[in-house]
Design a protein around this ligand. Structure first.
Ligand SMILES: [Zn+2]
Length: 340
């Protein structure tokens, strides 16, 4: 099969790779209908995370089951399925509590690379969720978004305790931040303040339900949020970047007693203990337990109640993955969908 491999920072190649096979009786192999490039793939593409030899890329996937292992009972060949970037049994105590991305049996799905024609998914029964039927083609981008960015934005909103009547700030205007806006809107937030400096992203944030846009950052951004929230700061803040600046932006934009949901993969974040102590904010986040939300999200998409697929503003054949990375790296694209 063909698959994308990162050889060094800035050097992605689509090359011939071994077809994945069933290696455990709980595995499934799926033929990908669509896959995509994640903002988190850019950490290694940019050399911020070390590249340790050629690395198969990608961890977001939607496609049709080709083959299942002997112990797979719920998932069948021919089904269209979506799953998360962590495989989970969905039965252990941690999964039952809704934290499938910390499952006691968790395995990364991306290790063999989902930017490819085929993908092996471990723990298929616990990991994959099937749609009612093979979807029409125009629903595929939204279903693919549920594999990571939608579920991650949704978890950010849930972790930030977004609910009816609440004021929400979203820090970060990448795909996860934009879908955090969508989630906040679906969860009934009254006011949704998106922090963004990029006009096309501001527009998409508004389409998804943002009521206000703040272009300022740092102390000016905090001042602007306070101005919009009666001087108090927001009740719920979604952090969707993962840098020191964005995390402090989130904490400082939250009112005492409010909640921060942080879903940007942390890189070099060090929180000042004294500021945290006196801030009186709740912090919750981490790798999103996307599997918890998948049944609900797939239903919303299937019934065309939400359209998270709009975050894909560039669609390319898998063979042109390198251009997809370049476009995201240069911020010419929010998110690139790849068609194997
Ligand atoms: Zn589990």
């Amino acid at each position: 099969m063909r698959g994308a491999v990162l050889h060094a920072p800035g050097d992605v190649r689509v090359e011939d790779r071994d077809d994945p096979k069933i290696t455990e009786p709980t595995d499934a192999v799926i033929r990908l209908t669509a896959t995509c490039i994640c903002g988190s793939d850019l950490w290694s593409y940019r050399g911020i995370e070390a590249v340790d030899g050629p690395s198969p890329m990608g961890h977001e996937y939607a496609g049709v089951v080709q083959e299942v292992g002997s112990e797979v009972g719920n998932i069948r060949p021919g089904q269209f399925v979506v799953g998360s970037f962590f495989a989970s049994d969905n039965t252990c105590a941690i999964c039952q509590a809704g934290y499938q991305s910390s499952c006691v049996q968790r395995e990364p799905v991306g290790a063999e690379g989902a930017q490819a024609e085929y993908l092996r998914v471990p723990l298929a029964d616990g990991t994959l969720v099937a749609t009612p039927d093979i979807p029409p083609d125009d629903l595929v981008p939204s279903l693919l978004a549920a594999s990571d960015v939608l579920g991650t934005g949704w978890f950010g909103a849930v972790a930030a305790e977004v609910g009816p009547g609440r004021s929400v700030v979203v820090v970060g205007d990448g795909a996860v931040g934009l879908l955090g806006v969508l989630a906040a809107s679906q969860l009934g937030a009254e006011r949704i303040i998106a922090m963004s400096r990029h006009e096309p992203r501001q527009q998409l944030a508004r389409d998804y339900g943002a009521t206000d846009i703040v272009t300022e950052r740092g102390d000016d951004g905090v001042a602007k949020v306070k101005e919009l929230t009666g001087g108090l700061g927001a009740q719920s803040v979604i952090e969707a970047v993962g840098t020191q600046e964005s995390m402090l932006q989130a904490i400082r934009s939250t009112r005492p007693g409010g909640h921060v949901g942080y879903v940007g993969v942390a890189h070099g974040v060090e929180l000042p203990g004294d500021e945290l102590f006196f801030s009186h904010v709740h912090l919750h986040g981490g790798p999103a337990p996307v599997r918890r939300f998948l049944p609900e999200l797939l239903e919303l998409i299937w019934n065309r109640r939400i359209d998270p697929g709009k975050v894909f503003d560039l669609t390319l054949p898998l063979e042109e993955a390198a251009e997809g990375y370049r476009a995201m790296d240069e911020r010419r694209a929010v998110k690139t969908l790849l068609r194997p």
